[in-house]
Design a protein around this ligand. Structure first.
Ligand code: DC
Length: 231
């Protein structure tokens, strides 16, 4: 059993990153947003795609890339800041904002299902796990990346609630979005995360399920904290 890892998996918009960050700060574990690795990996290719400006869509273009050759040119790192906030560094460049671009979010589904990409990200995560106590959020941390993690949680919520929370978040940032469109995007992401053959989104048999639909953030944080501190 790996005492140094807390795995928090769940679908997009379930609020897992907020609770992971705060629980981590309270128990002295560094927070890692594992989605940021898939985002940075995708951004690397997104930038090349933009530069080449091809006439074919990204989904076709990426099929013609030799990922094995390109992967050695990619370095992704998490820089831990105080209070559980992080920076994502892609080849020495801070890409923390850029990885959230909607085009990048959309293109992840062409890369995240590939074994070579998942092996690359998992190696990065294991390298971190060798050095630090970590609380990680993602889709496959408790099932594939650290199946031996002592603490595993699966945090979810209804699709309406997840879309509504994301909507509020964006409104607060001054971003103009359509709630129905957000809901549709989240449903599409759920589908591609759950239906991929390798490391699909699913709850580990030994994870604790937390449905946050009716729960406040603080209640969820306290539930997770009490489970960890109890054992
Ligand atoms: O957590 P996020 O929404 O930022 O993640 C972005 C995408 O990365 C998500 O749609 C699927 C992929 N991902 C994954 O396949 N495995 C993980 N452990 C984390 C994210």
């Amino acid at each position: 059993m790996n005492q140094n890892i807390v795995a928090i998996d769940g679908p997009a918009g379930s609020g897992k990153s907020t609770v992971a960050r705060e629980v981590g700060a309270q128990i002295g574990y560094s927070y890692v947003d594992t989605g940021s690795y898939y985002r940075a990996f995708t951004l690397f290719f997104h930038k090349i795609y933009k530069k080449e400006n091809p006439t074919i869509p990204f989904s076709e273009w990426i099929k013609n890339k030799n990922l094995e050759n390109e992967i050695s040119k990619i370095s992704i790192q998490t820089e831990f800041l105080s209070g559980g906030t992080n920076k994502t560094i892609l080849n020495s460049e801070d890409v923390s904002e850029e990885i959230r671009l909607p085009e990048v979010t959309e293109e992840i589904k062409y890369l995240a299902p590939l074994r070579i990409v998942r092996d690359f990200v998992n190696q990065c995560l294991h390298d971190l796990g060798d050095k630090y106590k970590l609380i990680m959020d993602g889709r496959d941390i408790g099932t594939e990346v650290f199946p031996d993690a002592k603490f595993k949680f699966f945090v979810t919520a209804s699709i309406d609630t997840r879309a509504e929370r994301r909507f509020q978040e964006l409104v607060e940032k001054g971003v103009n979005v359509d709630l129905d469109q957000l809901k549709e995007d989240i449903a599409k992401r759920d589908k591609s995360d759950m239906e991929r053959k390798i490391a699909p989104l699913r709850m580990a048999d030994d994870a604790i399920l937390i449905d946050t639909t009716q729960l406040s953030k603080n209640v969820v944080i306290n539930m997770i904290l009490s489970k960890i501190l109890q054992s």
